[in-house]
Design a protein around this ligand. Structure first.
Ligand code: OXT
Ligand code: ADP
Ligand code: MG
Length: 576
């Protein structure tokens, strides 16, 4: 049942009317969008209220950036565009980082912002929150549209939805000037102007010749490697991917947000032999993964000197040859490509040479054995491995839970320690390494999946979105936030030898983040040992109550920038 505004006052004619408010809501509902993440304010406060009254879930955040991250990850989790609703100018700008993040990470998201009237903006007459938002958004997203007339709302939303989810998913900006909402039109004409998007993300079927070429290259491999990226996780072709990987017999590497497509404990997993497989593989098959900085651009010492052939499965044709020559480009959606590959493999497929898989498995088992004792550490204050060993067990016992993770050491060490068992359960900083995704991701993960969420946060990372702890308590979400508190960024021991100010990377010593959540009625726990951490996390996951655990980590335990310290420029001048 769509909304209509009111009966006409026009003398002598009985007609039902609708308006921009109602048409926006109808357009969203018609296209199955049932959740909005945002921050109220002029000119969209009433839109949020009316959307809520019409049965759309409207989650109000404390900062638009976090609402935007929630919308972005909602898109990744649901394959429907996540919607972030903001006020004009400052609210819009706060949402931009998330819009750009969604676009960079190929998450479907629509940033809907109220805006000033064109006639005032174009004459720069100094409106309330005046800004040419559409022009500013356009370079940062996949597509950007503005709607000026109520009868165009249907088309506007249809274009935004299709742009967000078709082909390579990404962020879309939709600009709604304030006066649009109160524009009135005939209700029937209004309904007829709405568009239910048909086949918004059409399958992109690969060319049979490309499938054959890819299989020929893979068959010729002596040391094959399959790399699964978050595009493969997004594609929701889990069964086909698993069957393909297992049929190939090749070792596989899962990028951070692809972990769990196959269990990290799978016999073909090479996650714990990363350096070896990247260096020694002679054929590398990328499935929904880019050869960007996370894979050292496919060249240099990470990849060793031995010549390699790359096969790449990607929905974006322009991704091919982005960094190195792709010998077998396979353009299409992961589901269609992997199904075609499976079909082309026929009944039996030659296993990779045993000397390769034996070597990889030996290296993996050696690294796992090396790490094992570290995970038993009972040090207090805790070191990273002791604390992460606890959380590794929690996720193993609760594979349904969603793990949100950000920080530097807290991120990089958790990635290798916490095995994932199911797809789309590990949500983290992604391609840009963005700090601040934590609470928005945790909220959307809880809302969109109904599953319990464990957010493992560096204390600095948590600080970017920590005020959303109130949002989490307000909606009573089953989110357990564990703040790895090492008193600072990377560690808490840096000293400023030049004066009284603290060093640039340290925080208040012994801060008690657990006290924050108590202000909003949540459960706060201070954990100084792995045992205390284990009890607190399990209690939180069992209770489903919003919980914040301040995990006291040794301030000296971290390293600068975690595992990417090499990216820091070094001054060649002698330190004064
Ligand atoms: O094979 P080898 O021998 O090489 O070993 C590898 C694996 O085989 C092995 N491994 C295992 N061994 C045993 N068992 C198991 N299970 C296992 N699994 C793996 O381990 C090694 C390493 O494996 P890994 O991790 O897979 O591989 P590697 O080599 O690390 O992979 C390379 C990369 C690049 C793919 C990987 O490192 C990666 O994905 N890195 C992501 C890095 C990233 O994005 N970091 C976040 C940004 S850092 C920085 O920018 C920060 N800032 C600045 C800032 C940001 N980002 N944003 C904004 C808005 N403002 C500012 C800030 C402020 S981080 C940060 C906060 C930091 O402070 P916090 O307090 O939050 O955090 P703490 O550091 O804890 O204090
Ligand atoms: P990771 O960081 O995990 O390696 P990236 O974000 O670098 O992953 O790469 C994801 C890739 O997946 C992008 O190039 C994107 O075009 C591609 N992609 C996203 N969705 C699909 C899909 N459904 N089918 C095929 N490729 C996809
Ligand atoms: Mg820290």
């Amino acid at each position: 049942m769509l909304n209509t505004a009111a009966k006409t006052e026009a003398p002598g004619t009985e007609q039902e009317l609708t308006d921009g408010f109602h048409l926006v809501i109808d357009a969203l509902k018609l296209n199955g969008i049932d959740t909005i993440y945002g921050v109220p304010g002029i000119p969209i406060t009433d839109l949020g209220r009316m959307a809520q009254a019409a049965g759309i879930r409207v989650l109000s955040f404390r900062h638009e950036q976090n609402a935007g991250y929630a919308a972005a990850i909602a898109g990744f989790l649901t394959k429907k565009p996540g919607v972030c609703l903001t006020v004009s100018a400052p609210g819009f700008l706060n949402g931009l980082t998330a819009l750009a993040h969604a676009t960079t990470n190929c998450f479907p998201m629509i940033l809907v912002s109220g805006s000033s009237e064109r006639e005032i903006v174009d004459l720069q007459q100094g409106d309330y929150e005046e800004m040419d938002q559409l022009a500013i958004a356009r370079p940062l997203c996949k597509a950007a549209f503005r709607v000026l007339h109520a009868q165009d709302i249907g088309i506007g939303f249809a274009r935004a939805i299709r742009a967000a989810v078709s082909g390579r998913p990404g962020g879309v900006y939709l600009d709604l000037p304030a006066k649009l909402f109160s524009q009135v039109m005939n209700a029937e004409a209004g309904q007829n102007s709405l568009v239910k998007v048909i086949d918004a993300a059409p399958a992109q079927i690969p060319a049979p010749s490309a499938v054959k070429r890819a299989l020929d290259v893979l068959k010729g491999a002596k040391r094959p490697l399959i790399i699964l990226g978050k595009g493969a996780a997004y594609a929701r072709a889990d069964e086909a991917i698993r069957s393909f990987v297992e049929k190939s017999g090749a070792p596989f590497l899962q990028m951070s947000m692809a972990k769990g497509l196959l269990p990290d404990t799978h016999p073909q997993s090479a996650g714990a032999a990363r350096s070896t497989v990247l260096k020694d593989a002679d054929v590398v098959m990328l499935i929904g993964a880019r050869l960007n900085w996370l894979l050292s651009h496919g060249k240099g010492k990470t990849w060793g000197d031995a010549p390699k052939k790359f096969i790449q499965v990607d929905i974006e044709p322009k991704e091919m040859d982005s960094n190195v020559e792709i010998a077998a480009p396979l353009v299409g959606d992961v589901g269609s490509c992997v199904s075609a590959l499976l079909e082309g493999m026929g009944g039996n497929w030659p296993a990779p040479p045993a000397d390769w898989t034996t070597k990889v498995n030996a290296k993996r088992d050696e690294n796992v054995a090396k790490m094992a004792p570290k995970l038993m550490s009972n040090a207090s204050p805790m070191d990273y491995h002791g604390a992460l060993g606890v959380l590794r067990t929690v996720i193993k016992e609760r594979p349904d839970a969603i793990l949100v993770n950000e920080g530097a050491n807290t991120l990089d060490l958790a990635r290798g320690v916490i095995d994932m068992y199911q797809p789309r359960k590990r949500l983290d900083v992604g391609t840009w390494g963005v700090m601040g995704i934590g609470m928005g991701y945790a909220i959307a993960a809880a809302i969109e999946t109904g599953k319990p969420v464990l957010a493992v946060e560096g204390d600095s990372a948590f600080g970017f979105s920590g005020m959303e702890i109130e949002t989490i308590c307000r909606y009573g979400l089953p989110i357990c936030v564990v703040v790895f508190n090492n008193d600072g960024i990377y560690r808490g021991t840096d000293v400023n030898s030049a004066g009284a100010d603290p060093a640039t990377t340290v925080f208040v010593k012994g801060a008690r983040y657990d006290k924050m959540i108590e202000a909003f009625g949540g459960v706060g726990v201070n954990a100084t040992s792995p045992d205390e951490l284990k009890r607190a996390v399990n209690a939180a996951m069992d209770s489903g109550k919003p919980t914040l655990i301040n995990a006291v980590i040794d301030p000296a335990a971290g390293s600068e920038s975690g595992r990417i310290g090499n990216l820091n420029p070094q001054s060649v001048l002698k330190k004064k």
